[in-house]
Design a protein around this ligand. Structure first.
Ligand SMILES: [Zn+2]
Length: 283
């Protein structure tokens, strides 16, 4: 049994086959998905998807609620109240994604920091783990996290693709690391391939970040694009989905000299504990 901790299921590229996608995930052994909330409205959308599919796929879908740094400019006086309301839903198991992205600065760094800190404060108040996004901003992100870490229950740096210094910075703060199919790209992911063995097994979780980051090691005949092509009338031959998580796991396992079974078992245990997927832990 595998858990995909990062799925952008509200993405329009899934509009025509969400149910089949969930069936394929389940058939592949990916039995739980954490849907990523990236803005107040998207967090609302993914929480609704959890509710819509709960009768057919009981206990399979969970969600985060948060505001991605790209969307930090949308932060306003109502945002915190709306996130607090979303966090009260039983399917919402973490706050995020949240953090800093200085790669493209779709929102100003000042706006990003404001939204990030407000969400960290909410996570402290609600005692929820955080789903962290960071690109080209590890120094500042770690400084901010350090200020909150003592009061924060837990956090995962999702889709980690950073430097050794950044990795050890997150690990020093006793945070988790989420690895995507970025690691399956022998060119772009080469540095990450050399780093994955440094992540303690108890700190590691796996994700597809679907529909993004199709694993490069996926055999061509496994792709599902033909569905989409038919409906949309244009070629998109790189759509990722949760059923492809085993290719991410096998690539990580190769670079850690572990078996895929061992990695599956431990990352599933980590995600179950981190997101408290089996209900509140007894005192
Ligand atoms: Zn992200």
């Amino acid at each position: 049994m595998m858990i995909d901790i990062g799925v952008n299921l509200s993405n329009p590229r899934f509009d025509n086959d969400r149910q089949q996608l969930l069936e394929r995930a389940r058939a592949a052994g990916v039995e739980k998905l954490i849907l990523t909330g990236t803005s107040v409205s998207e967090s609302d959308n993914v929480a609704q998807l959890c509710q819509i599919f709960e009768p057919q796929f009981p206990g399979m879908l969970f969600a985060t609620a948060g505001i991605h740094p790209h969307d930090a400019k949308s932060w306003n006086s109502e945002s915190i109240g709306r996130l607090r309301a979303l966090a009260a839903l039983p399917c919402v198991v973490a706050l995020g994604e949240m953090g800093l992205d200085f790669n493209r600065n779709f929102s100003t760094p000042a706006a990003q920091e404001k939204a990030f800190e407000a969400q960290l404060e909410l996570a402290v108040e609600l005692e929820l783990p955080v789903f962290l996004h960071e690109r080209d901003a590890s120094v500042r992100q770690l400084q901010i996290l350090k200020n909150y870490r003592d009061h924060l229950v837990d956090g995962v740096s999702h889709c980690f693709t950073g430097s050794r210094e950044a990795l050890y910075g997150y690990l020093d703060l006793d945070l988790h690391i989420g690895i995507t199919g970025w690691v399956c790209d022998d060119k772009r992911g080469e540095a990450l391939q050399r780093l994955v063995a440094d992540i303690p097994l108890q700190r590691l979780m796996v994700e597809t970040d679907a529909p993004y980051l199709l694993p490069k090691n996926l055999p061509k005949e496994n792709r599902q694009d033909h569905h989409e092509d038919r409906h949309k009338g244009h070629r998109e031959n790189n759509r990722n989905e949760p059923a492809f998580l085993p290719w991410v796991i096998s690539k990580i396992a190769d670079h850690r000299n572990e078996s895929a079974e061992q990695l599956t078992q431990q990352t599933t245990a980590n995600a179950t504990r981190f997101f408290r997927l089996e209900g509140p832990v007894p005192e």
